[in-house]
Design a protein around this ligand. Structure first.
Ligand code: NAI
Length: 395
């Protein structure tokens, strides 16, 4: 089938197998060209198919030589649709890992369920015996609590009062004001249920009870803080409440993991174009300007550069020492004073109509489409592609 991008709201409903494969291979190449790390050898990544989770799996496997098990929720092609980008990414990861002689298995299913947790533990017991690192990198719109059957949805809203800011129409390039109404108490509670630390803690408890956590195990989950510009919609909003819960969970996990000498961390990462972040109002415009400024200073990073640095300079730094306890800041370059001052200046110019953003919008669109395997110059999109793909290691 000939595959082109098809938009449905904020998401692209199609994905290109060869394009996704290219994106994964490019990240693998980046890691292989860096110094190999003395890192974990048996790694479980929950949310392993796209964004920060995929980058974590690639750094673990190709940067540390680790065996990896990845859990994610993706779809293969059916009838006239393509598979999701995360599905093609996982197929490529499995092929590349096998070619490099690395153990790798991917479990496709709902990570929030007991069933998938049990399936993962069975696989660990059978193949890896113990786990040295658990990366938790889920971004999900909803979650069913396995104990009660209650379904919660996450929303991205401010708290306390409405928030008005500039946002951009990615198709027409028009700037317009968007006002977001504050969340209700119930919406806040549900967002924390989905994006807070409850499921992370459940995973660690289940793994510990099954006896599959190695002595000195580490676990890390990802957060974002960002600048004042996005504060009302992010850190000060519903998602920020969920991230506060994540940090509180990390502290609890640190106590819980004492029996195996383990440590839990929340790594605060840089804002990046991913399927999750593109859907947040205001954030795309900020991201466009941030990329422009960070590039001009030669300090821009993508998921793979961020996670390599997280492993190399923090989690597995030579000598095992780094300053932070529990909360790691790998967003240091994004939040540098000079970077933020220039972003703010550009933001004001854009909002007063004194700065042409069409170049930055085009770039954002391209990066967004890249996530689905589109807009790569070296790929011929007029060629037929095999939409349905599989790999025996996807379980
Ligand atoms: P993403 O949308 O690229 O990846 C989400 C992953 O979760 C995918 O592998 C998906 O398959 C998996 N997933 C979703 N629901 C699932 C379910 N029910 N069962 C199993 N797997 C499921 O997201 P991204 O942006 O990489 O986010 C990951 C984490 O990083 C989130 O906690 C996010 O808040 C955080 N973060 C993201 C930043 C950004 O700018 N994108 C910045 C800093 C932190």
């Amino acid at each position: 089938m000939i595959i082109k991008p098809k938009f449905r709201g904020f998401v692209c409903a199609t994905a290109h197998p060869e394009g996704c494969a290219y994106l994964v291979k490019k990240q693998i190449q980046y890691v292989k060209a860096e110094q190999q790390l003395e890192g974990p050898k048996r790694v479980l990544v929950i949310g392993a198919s796209t964004g920060y989770g995929l980058a974590s799996r690639i750094v673990a496997a190709f940067g540390c030589g680790a065996s990896t098990i990845g859990v994610s929720l993706e779809k293969n092609a059916l009838h006239n649709t393509t598979a999701t980008a995360g599905w093609y990414n996982t197929v490529t990861f499995e092929k590349e890992a096998a070619a490099a002689g690395l153990y790798s298995r991917s479990i496709n299913g709902d990570a929030f369920s007991n069933e998938i947790k049990e399936k993962t533990i069975e696989l660990i017991k059978q193949d890896l015996k113990k786990i040295d690192l658990v990366v938790y990198s889920i971004a999900a719109p909803r979650r069913t609590d396995p104990a009660t059957g209650e379904m919660s949805s996450s929303v991205i809203k401010p708290i306390g009062k409405p928030f008005t800011s500039k946002t951009i129409n990615l198709n027409s390039h028009d700037l317009y004001d968007v006002t977001l109404e504050p969340a209700s108490e119930e919406e806040i509670r549900q967002t924390v249920k989905v994006m807070g630390g409850e499921d992370w803690q459940l995973w660690l408890e289940t793994l510990e009870n099954a006896g599959v956590l190695a002595e000195g195990v580490k676990t890390v989950s990802y957060s974002y803080i960002g600048p004042e510009l996005t504060y009302p919609i992010y850190t000060g909003g519903t998602i920020g409440k969920a991230k506060e819960h994540l940090v509180a969970t990390a502290k609890l996990l640190n106590d819980q993991l004492e029996s195996v000498g383990g440590q839990a961390f929340v790594s605060v990462n840089k804002a990046l174009v991913t399927q999750a972040s593109a859907a947040i109002p205001v954030v795309p415009l900020y991201l466009m300007l941030l990329t422009k400024v960070m590039e001009s200073k030669n300090i821009n990073e993508d998921c793979i550069e961020q996670i390599y640095r997280l492993f190399a300079d923090r989690l597995y730094a030579a000598g095992g020492r780094f300053d932070e306890t529990t909360v790691i800041r790998i967003d240091d370059r994004e939040l540098r004073e000079d970077v933020q001052a220039e972003v703010l200046q550009l933001w004001e110019q854009v909002c007063s109509g004194n700065q042409d953003v069409s170049g930055a919008v085009e770039r954002f669109r391209r990066e967004f489409l890249n996530l689905f395997g589109f807009e790569y110059e070296n790929i011929d999109y007029e060629q037929e592609s095999e939409a349905e793909q599989g790999h025996p290691h996807i379980l």
